[in-house]
Design a binder for this molecule. Structure first.
Ligand code: ATP
Ligand code: MG
Length: 198
């Protein structure tokens, strides 16, 4: 494999902002594959996702099924303990030994990178791709991220899609439409299983 991207997230649920961010990275870096990796259930109850891990995984699988470059992995679901990006990226690095390896995030996530588990080691095995996201400033990167780590981050400017899983959950809770915000097939599964309902 030449170019591999890893897109981690809670995906509670996956939405078109995630998909557009991954597609922007794929096109920009001419990646052969992007693997979406839904996080397992964190051990801390306060941080519990609204939907179970299996439902978040299934929604992600349904959402990426139509894109020949996209795939989904159970690796964080099946690994006990907290889900660390470092463990996940090194897993795929060893599995595929790609020539180029990228960890794809939105601008909000990359701004917190100094707090991440083994961030030095993570940055030594992959490059970071920070996709612009409405409400988060690229200018803040230099203020929040060390110079060493900044050199490992590529910023991709996109039109910006102002969708979050939080707003999707709020809409579903109050019975509002999520059409065109999440893929139709994911919306159908959410509705069938009654996920995120009041
Ligand atoms: P929540 O509102 O629950 O935090 P979220 O929409 O931020 O959900 P996450 O699962 O937390 O989704 O995000 C996974 C990854 O996708 C993160 O790196 C995040 O920055 C990125 N991301 C999510 N939404 C967007 C978006 N609209 N544009 C760009 N990147 C995004
Ligand atoms: Mg988030």
């Amino acid at each position: 494999m030449t170019g591999l991207g890893i897109m981690g997230g809670i995906f509670d649920p996956i939405h078109n902002g995630h998909l557009a961010a991954a597609e922007a990275a794929r096109e920009h870096f001419q990646l052969d594959r992007i693997i979406f990796v839904p996080a397992g259930n964190p051990p801390h109850r306060l941080a519990m996702p609204a939907a179970g891990a299996e439902d978040r995984y299934l929604l992600t699988a349904l959402a990426v099924a139509g894109n020949p470059y996209f795939a989904v992995s159970r690796v964080e679901l099946d690994r006990p303990g907290p889900s660390y990006a470092y463990d996940t990226v090194s897993h795929f690095q060893q599995l595929y030994k790609p020539e180029r390896l990228y960890f794809i995030t939105g601008m909000d996530a990359v701004l917190d990178v100094e707090t991440w588990y083994r961030v030095n080691d993570l940055m030594s095995i992959c490059r970071f791709v920070a996709v612009t996201r409405p409400g988060y400033e690229t200018d803040d990167l230099a203020r929040r991220v060390s110079a060493d780590h900044l050199s490992g981050i590529d910023v991709i400017a996109t039109p910006g899609i102002d969708i979050s899983s939080t707003t999707i959950r709020e809409r579903l809770r109050s019975g509002r439409s999520v059409r065109y915000l999440v893929p139709d097939i994911a919306a159908a599964y959410i509705s069938k299983e009654g996920l995120y309902a009041g």
